[in-house]
Design a protein around this ligand. Structure first.
Ligand code: BGC
Length: 838
């Protein structure tokens, strides 16, 4: 069976065909001009046909805006995997509404979200930006976000189509997943978003993919884009390239790409006009692309006569929503005692950890938004425990790089003594073009003037403490760094677009010196930088000023933290990752917590066994002390309400009702994909086939630290031993089970239904040991028993037959196991399904 194509129609019932007359009003030059962005975040306007410019913005944790509103800030949600951890469709819908209202407020028509790639490996740099290692959970959360966003008149962009599951060499590798794995796992969320939700745009990934014998970049994949996405699934929206992903003119134009982003520049524009004139690309192909852009414009109110964007509705409760969301997403990994702390008993709190001092509230890369504010852990706890004294201690640095200076307080212009950094642009002859003092230098000099080839930064750093100071500058590309009159580093190696896309410019390597001070003094820092031309991402120069003061060693800091923990009524220990670990542009090197955090936890637990441990990370980290702790919470990258959310969990205001959307390993050797390097031919093999994530753990019966679906909440549940499953209309199976809240607090249960294939199964078709078929989230009063019915869609039973290239429904007796996680299955039933093949 092939799913029906039921893409949601545009408002007013418009479709691609109805836009033909408008397309006919445009010359070939005008049509092709529309097919490359006007700027990094905008499409071209064409006023004579009533088309205004369509604006776009990242991304999955909020709407950053186009940068055109000076100093604009945004609402910042928990990381997408945190949203998925709620397993709460209503929360996902509410997030979609928030995307729509934020987009309208910031003048954005297309939000470059959600990211529905599958978490294939925990070392994937953008793991935190994806929802889950399971395609069904990914689909359910993504669908709710997209439909609510689009009901608000704002286009979603499902990205990155497809098999863009790791970062290293992302612009070069070609993913080789089996046809079955592509269809059942990697493409499944995209298919649903197109056929059932009607997403209005899709982003073609940087990487290539091998499918049906075609191994091609996703920006030119005739089979996956033209045949499957637009043909088989009936997608009527816009396929845009990932930023600067397009490498060809004719192949990409014929391969189904509709819009090259960003612009201006890139391989289309005049090259494409010429290719059409030479007959290499039929003009009808161009017309189809233009009609798609116009339909997108019509849907988002950018085409005259089709309802300009409505005024942005105000949503005063957004901060409350984000606070509740971050708390409800929290997964209780361990709970030995009651989770809720008795507030009046607490007079002193030891708040410990590098992430307690500096929470990592969102992962690195293009999903970054600049929040209106962030509630720190200290602020959150202090308002929840107003009478308690809080001692905040880092317990040792966890950074590889020297910490960034506070520019406004620590750096001054050498010439005037004014706070900030002196920034001078030079031309190729070394002549000065402009010079100014930047009091809020954020590490980037963007959009230098046309003649500028070099940028010189100068600043004095005030050394107040006697002793050894480490002074570094983190730079990208060719540079010379002089500190205190000594050349600390020099490099003639220039970098360009590819290097920028395949690395992290957020946390670049640093170079510097150790300088000593016997009394307060200044140290002069001079940084000479070659400007970098990153094509569509613009030209820039990049340097972070970094400084470590003389001070206690990590050992001293751990000892101090342990002493504070020993004395405090309540110990809250926040451990986690940081921008050097989880970011777009590179994959992780391993799964351990950075620095000496494991040791810190063990030593704190020795003196404070009741310590509450909160993990501030997106993707799995190893927690070798997990079973020695009484309370362990997985708190994600929590977004702007960070401290409030943790305080709400600890004080019992909001139930931490999260369930893991991925598997938490207890050792790296148990993880099936720990290497994301393609081979010498840039082939990235997917030997796991359909056994992605927990499916592999089930196949091999390895024991994870916490299984997929795990989360203890704050109460306990018992299940009836029997479950009953029935086949209903349209092949939907429902399975019912009785669930009793056996604890003393009202709480939330996520009832999960896993399917097991009949044996024997048709030869040649691989099936996971068990896979998620459906789930239902219920709130149950203390002591109450409720009957919960989980709906399992027909697609859950279907397999992709790679011999016939079609969906089949192999008949037989399927077991349905219902429970609290994939490893905590409480009741079973069987359902008899009859054969149905396309
Ligand atoms: C990322 C996309 C993002 C785009 C624009 C790319 O590098 O892969 O996810 O939407 O940049 O920022």
């Amino acid at each position: 069976m092939t799913m029906n194509s039921s893409a949601a129609p545009a408002p007013g019932g418009a479709n691609l065909d109805s836009l033909g007359s408008l397309v006919a009003k445009l010359s070939l030059d005008e049509k092709v001009r529309l097919l490359t962005g006007e700027t990094i975040w905008r499409m071209h306007a064409m006023p004579h046909i009533g088309l205004r410019s369509v604006a776009m913005s990242d991304g999955p944790v909020g709407v950053r805006g186009t940068g055109e509103i000076e100093g604009a800030t945004s609402l910042m949600m928990p990381s997408p995997s945190g949203l998925a951890a709620t397993w709460n469709i209503e929360s996902a819908r509410r997030a979609g509404v928030m995307f729509a209202t934020e987009a309208r407020r910031l003048g954005v028509d297309v939000v470059l979200a959600p990211q529905v790639n599958i978490q294939r490996t925990p070392i994937g740099g953008r793991h935190f930006e994806c929802y889950s290692e399971d395609p069904y959970l990914t689909t359910q959360i993504g669908s709710a976000v997209v439909s609510a966003m689009q009901e608000g008149g704002v286009a979603a962009c499902a990205k990155h189509y497809v098999a863009n599951d790791s970062e290293n060499y992302r612009t070069e590798y070609v993913s080789y997943a089996s046809e079955q794995a592509l269809r059942e796992v990697l493409m499944a969320p995209f298919e649903h978003l197109v056929t059932e939700v009607g997403v209005w745009s899709v982003m073609a990934a940087y990487n290539g993919a091998d499918a049906q014998g075609e191994a091609a970049p996703m920006t030119e994949h005739d089979y996956l884009v033209n045949e499957v996405l637009k043909g088989e699934w009936g997608f009527d929206g816009v396929v845009m390239s990932d930023w600067m992903a397009t490498k060809s003119t004719v192949a990409s134009a014929l391969g189904g790409l509709d819009l090259v982003m960003p612009g201006p520049g890139g391989p289309w524009e005049d090259n494409l006009v010429q290719a059409v004139r030479r007959g290499e690309v039929p003009e009808s192909v161009i017309d189809d692309k233009v009609a798609r852009l116009l339909l997108l414009a019509q849907r988002t109110g950018a085409l005259a006569g089709h309802g300009d964007s409505l005024p942005a509705p105000s949503r005063p409760d957004d901060a409350d929503f984000l606070r509740t969301l971050a708390a409800e997403a929290t997964v209780v990994l361990r709970r030995e005692d009651d989770l809720v702390v008795d507030q009046p008993q607490v007079r002193s709190i030891a708040l410990i950890g590098a992430n307690a001092v500096n929470a990592y509230v969102l992962g690195g890369g293009s999903s970054t938004v600049y929040p209106h504010y962030v509630i720190s852990h200290r602020e959150g706890l202090q308002s929840a425990f107003p009478d308690a004294d809080i001692t905040l201690l880092r317990g040792g640095s966890t950074l590889i790089h020297t910490p960034r200076v506070d520019v406004e307080t620590d750096l001054t212009d050498p010439a005037t003594g004014a706070p900030g950094v002196s920034v001078t642009e030079l031309d190729s002859a070394g002549g000065s073009i402009t010079s100014h003092v930047d009091a809020t230098w954020n590490g980037w000099h963007r959009h230098p003037s046309a003649a500028c080839t070099d940028v010189v930064l100068e600043a004095d750093l005030q050394l107040l403490e006697a002793g050894d100071h480490r002074v570094d500058v983190g730079v990208v590309g060719a540079h010379r760094i002089v500190i205190d009159g000594i050349e600390a580093s020099r490099s003639e190696t220039t970098v360009g677009q590819e290097a920028i896309l395949n690395s992290s410019t957020d946390a670049p390597p640093g170079f510097g010196l150790t300088v000593s001070a016997t009394e307060p003094r200044k140290v002069r820092i001079r940084v000479e930088l070659k400007t970098i031309d990153a094509a569509g991402f613009g030209r820039f120069a990049r340097a972070d000023f970094r400084h470590a003061k003389p001070g206690p060693t990590i050992e001293d800091e751990i000892r101090e933290a342990v002493d504070a923990a020993r004395e405090a009524d309540l110990v809250v220990l926040v451990v986690g990752t940081n921008s050097e670990v989880e970011s777009e542009g590179f994959d992780r090197l391993g799964l351990s917590l950075p620095g000496r955090q494991d040791e810190l936890v063990r030593r704190v637990l020795e003196v404070a066994p009741d310590a509450i441990i909160s993990i501030n990370a997106g993707a799995p980290v190893l927690l070798p002390w997990l079973n020695d702790a009484k309370t362990v919470l997985w708190s994600w990258f929590p977004g702007q309400e960070c401290g409030n959310a943790l305080a709400d969990v600890i004080t019992g205001k909001t139930e931490p009702a999260g369930r893991l959307p991925w598997t938490l390993p207890s050792s790296e050797s148990d993880v099936q994909v720990m290497d994301t390097a393609p081979d010498a031919d840039m082939k990235l093999l997917y030997p796991e086939g359909v056994h992605v994530g927990y499916r592999e753990w089930e196949r091999n019966q390895k024991t994870p630290a916490a299984p997929f679906g795990h989360g203890l909440g704050w109460t306990d549940f018992e299940y009836s031993t029997a479950a009953s499953a029935v086949v209903g209309d349209a092949g939907i199976v429902t399975v019912s089970v009785e669930v009793t809240n056996s604890g003393s607090r009202a709480g939330t249960e996520v009832v999960q239904a896993y399917l097991e294939a009949p044996t024997p199964f048709p030869a040649g078709i691989d099936r996971p040991a068990r896979w998620l078929g459906g789930f239902e989230r219920v709130r149950v009063e203390a002591g109450q028993t409720v009957s919960v019915t989980v709906r399992v869609p027909r697609r859950a039973f279907e397999v992709w037959n790679s011999a016939t290239h079609a969906w089949n429904l192999p008949g037989g007796d399927y077991a349905i196991a219902v429970g609290r996680s994939v490893r905590d299955l409480r009741a079973r039933s069987t359902v008899s399904v009859s054969d149905a093949n396309d």
